[in-house]
Design a protein around this ligand. Structure first.
Ligand code: TXA
Ligand code: MG
Length: 325
């Protein structure tokens, strides 16, 4: 972690200690000048641009190498700001907001006239969340605008959960990084499309379909129709190494013993049933494997409960050999 006083600069990329008020001031000023700032959230680090700046938002798509058809999540300082950016808010969406915000839940709702086409790729809906992270909230309050922030990685790759991950991935392409330490959760937010009846779970996360169903007393559907969330692509969240999935430690060891000769540098990732630790560490572990030029990681799948469902979803995509579009 980089808490070395005021700021450190590695390879000309500036990482500021986000807990310092002066860092928030600099970040807000950079965003006002249409620059890109990487920010910590409770899920993963985001690559932020000012929501009212189409110029800055277009830069995000260039830096990420992301098709314009993949819309961005709008981040707001407080639940009440929802009304500025959304219209025709269904009661189910309001219920979710009252219960789960601030927190790792993104809702898809009808967009208001304040949302520019660059954010949504021209759709009439917008994805919105209110992050549960002091640094992100302080920045939003200082800016007095919303920000859009996809995960701060190149398109299709593993999301960053530390400031160093962002610096490693984006290099000179990010103007400033606010360091908030390692992200508490470590996996991207749950996404629920509230424009359909019943609502649809577009991406699993720390807030589970079960928790939502229990609280709202309503069904939540699996996604249908066109593939709307980039996390719904066949291959996503992918490291360079090959990811193989195992059902148990024993299964993982057997796979390791049977690897082909050209895949000799291999290791097992296994967190047992500690799901929080699993979510918190999995992306770091995949990145470390790449750093050491590991050919294959055999990952023991977590149980399909709680955030284990989201971890399994990400692992499945990370392990898929299909090519990203
Ligand atoms: O935890 C998170 O959500 C992180 C942090 C930084 O907030 N952000 C994140 O953003 O994961 P990103 O861009 O990597 O993923 C956003 C997802 C994409 O799969 C995108 O397709 C979907 O949200 N999305 C955005 N707007 C949408 C909309 N109007 N309808 C359906 N899906 C939408
Ligand atoms: Mg992403």
């Amino acid at each position: 972690m980089l808490y070395l006083g005021f700021f450190v600069s590695t390879n000309n990329k500036t990482i500021l200690d986000g807990s310092l008020p002066s860092a928030i001031t600099k970040a807000a000023s950079a965003l006002r000048r249409d620059l890109l700032v990487a920010i910590p959230t409770e899920t993963v680090y985001g690559l932020a641009a000012r929501a009212s700046s189409p110029v800055a938002i277009r830069k995000i798509f260039v830096v990420k190498g992301r098709p314009a058809s993949h819309p961005l999540i709008l981040h707001i300082a407080k639940p009440d700001d929802l009304r500025k950016w959304a219209t025709d808010i269904p009661s189910i969406a309001q219920k979710l907001v009252d219960k789960f915000w601030p927190g790792p839940l993104t809702i898809v709702v009808k967009r208001s006239a304040n949302v520019c086409d660059e954010i949504t790729g021209g759709r009439d809906t917008v994805a919105i969340r209110c992050p549960d992270h002091r640094i992100a909230i302080e920045l939003l309050e200082r800016l007095d605008d919303a920000i859009v922030a996809p995960s701060a990685n190149r398109f299709g790759r593993v999301s960053p959960t530390t400031a160093n991950h962002v610096a490693h991935d984006l290099g000179q392409d990010v103007d400033l990084i606010l360091d908030g330490g390692a992200c508490k959760i470590g996996l991207e937010s749950t996404i629920v499309d509230c424009t359909t009846n019943p609502p649809q779970m577009l991406r699993a996360g720390a807030i589970t379909a079960e928790a939502i169903q229990q609280f709202c007393l309503t069904e939540i559907d699996a996604p249908s129709g066109e593939s709307r969330a980039s996390g719904m692509l066949e291959k996503h969240y992918a490291p360079n190494c090959i990811v193989e999935l195992a059902f148990s430690r024993k299964d993982a060891e057997a796979r390791l013993a049977n690897l082909e000769i050209d895949r000799r540098i291999a290791e097992i990732i296994d967190f047992g049933s500690d799901l929080e630790k699993y979510a918190h560490e999995i992306y770091s572990r995949l990145r470390e494997a790449d750093k050491r030029s590991v050919d294959v990681v055999v990952v023991v799948k977590p149980p399909m409960t709680g955030i284990g469902i989201a971890i399994n979803e990400r692992l499945k995509k990370a392990s898929n050999s299909a090519v990203v579009d």
